[in-house]
Write a protein that binds this ligand. Structure first.
Ligand code: ADP
Ligand code: MG
Length: 322
C-alpha cells in the first residue's frame, strides 16, 4: 500500500506538487494521469524516496520513506522516466550490477537475474550491449531491473513513452501480467494508456489533484446534466416547443437536419430520466424516433475538461480510502 499524505514539493520558488493526498491499496493498479509538467515524475521521485518532499509524508506499507528509506525502498521497484541504463554493459552484466546495488547476493543473484530475464522476455539479448538494443528492449531492461528482488510495489514512470505501437502493446501486456499480484502506480500523459491498463485513475494538473476514481465514476461526476441524443422525423421548431414544456427540461439543441431526418440533443436536470416522456411526446406529435441514446462524456472529454478548467471534481468520498 502506498499512502501519499499532503505532499508538497517546491523547486526553488516553483511549486511542482501541491498538497497531494491519495492512497494506492494493495493489489491495485493505479493510473497517474496528467499533461506534461503536471508533477507526475516529481510525485514518483518522492514516493520512491529518490527526493524528499518539501512538506508531507509518504508511507510504504506503513513505513515512512524519509525515516526508514532502506526498508521502504526494498519494497519498491522503480522505473524512472529515463532509466539509468549503462550503454556499455550487456543486459546480464547490468542486471547483475543492479542485484549488487539492491543487496541481492550469492545464489539468489543468478536466480533472480534469470527470473526477471524470463518475465521481461530478454532471453535472446542477455549478451547484447544495452546501447545496441531497440528502445522497446531498453524499456524491458528498465522493467527487469525494477523487478529484481521481487518488490510488491511497482512505480512506473511513463513506461511506454517513445515506443512504437507494437512495442507499446508488448509492454502493456507485460505490465498487465505483472499487475496480478502487485501494487502498481503507472504514470502517463496519454489517456488510452491508463484506460487500457488501470482500474483506478488519479488525474493531476499543475501539481494538484483534480479527480480520482474509476474512469466511469469520474465521467459521471463531471457531467452536470443528463444529455440525450435523438434522431427523429418531424419539424424541429414544433418539436422543440413541445419538448420544452416537459418538467426538468433544460435545453434542446439541433445538430443537423438532413432532408426529413432531424438530429438534436436534449439536456435535463442531473438524476432525472426523461426518456419515456420524450417518447410519448414525440409519438403524440406524430414524430417517430429513429434513434435515442445517452450522451456520455468520454474519458478524453473529461481529461480535456479537467486539465483546462482546473475544476476540482467533488468525489463525495474520502480520497484516502480510494
Ligand atoms: P510531469 O512528470 O508530470 O511531466 P514533472 O514532475 O517532471 O512533471 O514536473 C513538474 C514541474 O516541475 C514542471 O513545471 C517542471 O518544469 C518542474 N521541474 C521538474 N523537475 C525539476 C527540477 N529538477 N528542477 C526544477 N524544476 C523542475
Ligand atoms: Mg514526467
Amino acid at each position: 500500500m502506498i499512502e501519499i499524505i499532503n505532499v508538497t514539493k517546491y523547486y526553488g520558488s516553483h511549486i511542482a506538487v501541491k498538497d497531494l493526498t491519495f492512497t494506492v491499496k494493495k493489489g491495485e493498479v493505479m493510473g497517474f494521469l496528467g499533461p506534461n509538467g503536471a508533477g507526475k515524475s516529481t510525485t514518483m521521485r518522492i514516493i520512491t524516496g529518490y527526493m524528499p518532499p518539501t512538506r508531507g509524508r509518504v508511507l510504504i506499507d506503513g513505513i515512512d520513506v524519509l525515516k526508514d528509506p532502506m526498508r521502504a525502498k526494498k519494497r519498491i521497484g522503480y522505473l524512472p522516466e529515463s532509466p539509468p541504463l549503462y550503454r556499455d554493459m550487456t543486459v546480464k552484466e547490468y542486471l547483475l550490477l543492479v542485484c549488487d546495488l539492491k543487496g541481492i547476493k550469492g545464489r539468489k543473484k543468478e536466480m533472480e537475474t534469470n527470473r526477471v530475464i524470463g518475465i521481461s522476455g530478454l532471453e535472446q539479448v542477455t549478451k547484447r550491449l544495452i546501447g545496441n538494443l531497440s528502445k522497446g528492449y531498453k524499456q524491458r531492461v528498465g522493467l527487469a531491473q525494477a523487478l529484481l528482488g521481487d518488490p510488491g510495489i511497482l512505480v512506473l514512470d511513463e513506461p511506454t513513452t517513445g515506443l512504437d505501437p507494437k512495442q507499446i502493446k508488448e509492454i502493456r501486456s507485460l505490465i498487465k501480467k505483472l499487475a496480478g499480484n502487485k501494487t502498481v502506480i503507472l504514470s502517463s500523459h496519454i489517456l488510452p494508456e491508463v484506460n487500457a491498463i488501470c482500474e483506478k485513475i488519479i488525474i493531476i494538473n499543475k501539481g494538484r489533484l483534480v479527480a480520482s476514481g474509476s474512469a466511469d465514476e469520474i465521467s459521471m461526476r463531471l457531467q452536470s446534466r443528463e444529455s440525450i441524443y435523438v434522431k427523429a422525423k418531424g419539424d424541429f421548431k414544433k418539436i422543440a416547443n413541445t419538448l420544452q414544456k416537459i418538467k426538468g427540461m433544460q435545453s434542446i439543441n439541433q445538430i443537423s437536419d438532413e432532408a426529413e431526418v432531424l438530429e438534436f440533443n436534449v439536456e435535463f436536470e442531473k438524476g432525472r430520466d426523461l426518456r419515456e416522456e420524450l417518447f410519448y411526446a414525440m409519438a403524440e406529435m406524430g414524430c417517430p424516433i429513429l434513434e435515442m441514446k445517452p450522451n456520455k462524456l468520454s474519458l478524453e472529454d473529461v481529461f480535456v475538461k479537467l486539465t483546462t478548467q482546473e475544476k476540482v471534481v467533488e468525489t463525495g468520498e474520502d480520497l484516502g480510502s480510494l
